[in-house]
Design a protein around this ligand. Sequence first.
Ligand code: FES
Ligand SMILES: [Fe+2]
Length: 359
Amino acid sequence: MTEFVRNQWYVAAYGTEIGRALFARTILGEPIVFYRTEAGEVVALADRCVHRRYPLSESRLDGDRVVCGYHGFTYDTLGTCVSVPGQKRIPRTARVPAYKVVEQDSFVWVWIGDPDLAETTPIPRAPWLDDEAYTVVCGMEPLAARYDLLVDNLLDLSHETYLHGGYIGTPEVAETPITTEVDEAERVVYVSRHMADAACPPFYAESTGIEGRITRWQDIEYRPPCLYLLHSRIAPVGVLPNEDGTDPDAFHVEVVYAITPETEHSTHDFWAVARDFALGDDQVSAFLRENNRTVVLQDVVALDLLEKVVEQEADGYQELSVNIDTGGLAARRMLRAMAAEGRGQESPAPTAAAGRGRS
Ligand code: FES
Ligand SMILES: [Fe+2]
């Protein structure tokens, strides 16, 4: 498998998932507990009490402090232990690591790696998720598969024709060649497929009201390791954007995935669909939510199956790659390079009480 890429920002949760209840989530193998302070700031601490490793997520909040549910060690928002039962002196090493977090575009991002590198590493944007000009449906599905299988899946949408036929797949997706561009400096993989005259899948016919065939564009922008964007444009056949870039007669759907490894064999599969039409229409939202979730779950079933296949195969198995895999292969190369960098830069021991965020 492609190893984890450390020293990066990862989506840990939607902002709406985290409140005044202790919330546990494992990111890149690190168990983390999240909560909001009384003032509403997100705190992220290692989910292991320094005393006997009891999960802090199974404990309770006292104001902004976490009181361990086993023997009562109490931690502040920086992970520093401020109270130990039965004694006044608090050992100097009584602290748990605190993670940097930033809320942006409806997500809670957490920094995994050397905290000193967080400030200089930009967090990729998905602005549609927090923009009144769009209506959003979203979810998160647990995936029992390694994260690179999901990267591979999302970078080659020709599978829509076969795995998602009747939902978002039509024959033209698999038939239309892709163009791939790799920006090594900015670390982005672009994969585009522009279909000039394609069948309109039910997913878009129902939500846009377009009857008949469509011009369908899929422009992927993958910002490894975590953020995947699919800019999707749907319009009646022959309708193109104006020369000045405006595009009033098309429907735009911004599909966002956040690919966050949980363990070496499981992944948090965050998905969101932002549209610039039928704004606030609850019926369209319910349709898109249900159908998109169905599509995501079709991928989940396939990738869970693939994970079992890959786990059982002998070392050195050789895949066969073809044209449709160009984007996926570029992504793999980039992830490998970033993983190697993450290893090289890492400071030997994680620093405790790293501080909380830059916003
Ligand atoms: S394990 Fe937390 S106080 Fe003992
Ligand atoms: Fe899919």
